[in-house]
Design a protein around this ligand. Structure first.
Ligand code: SF4
Length: 437
């Protein structure tokens, strides 16, 4: 039986696609090799969101090249956004690669592996939903459901529309059937996935049309599903009915990821984010009103071309005003083929580094303060496994998407009450409330 080794880079959509790639390969009779040098088929599911991703990949490809020269019968394949952004150039720059495919072409890998093709093959059309392929889930009780592919936005710093194509939504009936299947397989928490998840449904045919809030209601109604999450939403599509769904649907978790990117309306305009600071803060105010205990997380880019010190201060003001539970912070990184890469006013590295330092300090201080609201409360925790820092303890997640390390007897997949005793910016600590039979 041939073996494969798959390395995944990047976002949750790539994690989802890799689960599907593994499911497809195992349906073809492949088995997973824990080590790359033990595999007949060496695969990479790549990311291209920032320069750092390309540099990291180059190192891994170097090792694949060495392993291929040691055993030329090995097959090397590269999928994902970087592969899509490079297309045929993959073979010119990395001649040891046998097959390259974009995020919309994972199923073509099976075609290539079962064909008697001798030459290198590239597949770069936006054709299918990896969500149609069998999945080999990393966690038995947590499942991804891809509800759409692609993005119709044109954020000037982002490469995703060119690597994942236009938005295409999967019909609600198909999605509900998939969630029911996952529930029957033991999944208790589903995460709905899309590049722009809350614009789902706009492109569906008449008769199939539904809103994202309606889809959340349909998924909430599926027997066996205790928790529903979604990522990544866009503030422009964070409509009142979606926020209300968080207050009304029992399984929809009290966590909303609302990417800000920048606090200055001028910078947001230059980023082509289609909302301004006021619109963003209006959405936050609506969340705070309808779901007072909701956790809000975000993405922030530091040092977008032309960002002045004063405009960065506007980002800091929004951070202080919103008081995020957590934030992913990035230094602006020019991506070839994006509009922003050619903009004047590229911010010097030293200025980015100074701004990033201040931003991280503020985010950490505020997320630590925010986390104190859980201390002394008994919280529902979905148990994920042993603690990563202390194997004698357990690890799980509250509905607010915060990790909890706790003492207890629960098993992975169970939802138990945990009394929270302490909190830091990233994790909570506590003790399982054992139920007396
Ligand atoms: S919404 Fe903007 S940042 Fe997000 S994937 Fe689409 S283009 Fe990229």
């Amino acid at each position: 039986m041939s073996s494969y080794h798959l390395t995944t880079f990047g976002c949750q959509m790539n994690e989802h696609d890799s689960e599907r790639m593994k499911g497809m390969l195992e349906a073809l009779g492949y088995r997973e090799s824990p080590q790359r040098d033990g595999a007949d088929l060496i695969l990479f599911n790549t990311c291209s969101i920032r320069e750092k991703a390309d540099t990291r990949l180059a190192g891994h490809l170097g090792e694949a090249s060495r392993l291929k020269s040691e055993d030329p019968t090995r097959v090397v394949g590269v999928g994902g956004c970087w592969s899509q952004s490079m297309k045929e150039r993959v073979f010119q720059e990395f001649p040891f690669v046998d097959v390259a495919f974009g995020p919309g072409q994972v199923h073509k890998l099976a075609e290539f592996l079962t064909s008697d093709s001798i030459g290198a093959q590239g597949y770069f059309e936006f054709e299918g939903f990896t969500g149609h392929l069998p999945a080999r889930r990393e966690r038995r009780f947590q499942g991804w459901v891809q509800i759409s592919v692609g993005c119709n936005c044109v954020c000037s710093y982002c490469i995703v529309p060119s690597t994942r194509g236009r938005e295409v939504s999967r019909p609600a009936a198909e999605l509900v059937a998939e969630v029911e299947r996952q529930a029957a397989e033991g999944v208790r928490e589903v995460t709905l996935l899309g590049q722009n998840v809350n614009s789902w449904g706009r492109d569906l045919r008449t008769g199939e049309k539904a809103t994202f809030a309606e889809l959340l209601g349909m998924v909430d109604a599926v027997e066996g599903i205790e928790r529903v999450r979604y990522t990544s939403p866009h503030p422009k599509d964070m409509r009142e009915d979606v926020i209300r769904a968080h207050a009304e649907l029992a399984s929809l978790c009290e966590h909303i990821h609302l990417p800000l990117q920048a606090g200055s309306s001028r910078v947001l305009k230059a980023m082509k984010r289609t909302y301004d600071r006021e619109r963003y803060l209006d959405r936050v105010a609506m969340i705070r009103e309808m779901v007072p205990d909701c956790a809000i997380s975000t993405d922030i880019i530091v040092g977008f071309p032309g960002e002045t010190d004063a405009e960065f201060e506007e980002t800091m003001e929004v951070v202080e005003q919103v008081r995020y539970d957590s934030a992913f912070t990035f230094n602006y990184s020019p991506r070839r083929g994006t509009a922003a890469a050619g903009l004047d006013g590229q911010v010097p590295h030293e200025a980015k580094r100074e701004r990033m330092g201040r931003l991280v300090d503020a985010v950490q201080r505020i997320s630590t303060e925010r986390a104190q609201r859980f201390v002394g409360r008994s919280m529902d925790v979905l148990v994920e496994g042993p603690s990563r820092t202390d194997p004698s303890r357990l690890r799980g997640r509250i509905r607010h998407n915060k990790t909890v390390n706790f003492t207890g007897l629960a098993r992975p997949g169970e939802i138990v009450d945990v009394e929270i005793a302490a909190a830091t910016s990233t994790t909570l600590a506590g003790e399982e409330q054992l139920r007396v039979a």
